[in-house]
Design a protein around this ligand. Sequence first.
Ligand code: URA
Length: 238
Amino acid sequence: MISARTRLDRFMSRQLGIKRQAIRPILAQGRVLVDGYVARDAQQSIHQFTHVSFDQRVLQNNQPHYVMMNKPKGVVSATKDQHHKTLIDLLERDDKEDLHIAGRLDFNSSGLILLTNDGRWSRQLSSPSNKIVKRYRVELEKPLTEDYIHAFAKGMFFDFEGITTQPATLKIISPYIGEVSLIEGRYHQIKRMFGRFQNKVLQLHRLSIGNLALDAELLPGQYRELSPAEVDGIFAIE
Ligand code: URA
């Protein structure tokens, strides 16, 4: 499966094991269909989910998949791990090895996590320029105060990366419970931000990514496929 975009003649030359120059005459004869239409342009762009056939022989027919899961605590956000269960281990699907994780959560964090075989979609989700908001419910060891709200909004300098965090929103729900919205995902970001106040995060649960909220009825470890509207709608301006 190709992961990025490529030109039709490059793709066909690789698939058929023939020189790129040989592809133009084949296209001129109308023997290649791209997404059901006769393809004439050798430079036409092809991606991993473009349907391509040659003389009625299917060269590529991949379907995109998008899955939401309620990540349980104690599971690694990775496809392989030597010591612990991974998110992929929780899936009962034939195509699970083709899926990757779009936006990790720490081992002891829970909540909304997305898995897909669509690299373009997951890159868009994590691209800082798209400013996708991720919302978390956080339970803390010590009570929250207004000072936290200002510090989160102002941004914090992280020595290790040499960056200042993007403005984040903190809503105080109750003395020990806050709701944090971030548009980035630095390593242990939320724990480190509360760490500035020597306040330990006891529970961290992701509620939403962009416009997509975790289904209330999905128990830890349960998952479901996203609808096409959800796949596109996740990027809509909130
Ligand atoms: N911030 C953290 O510290 N951990 C997570 O899992 C997500 C955000």
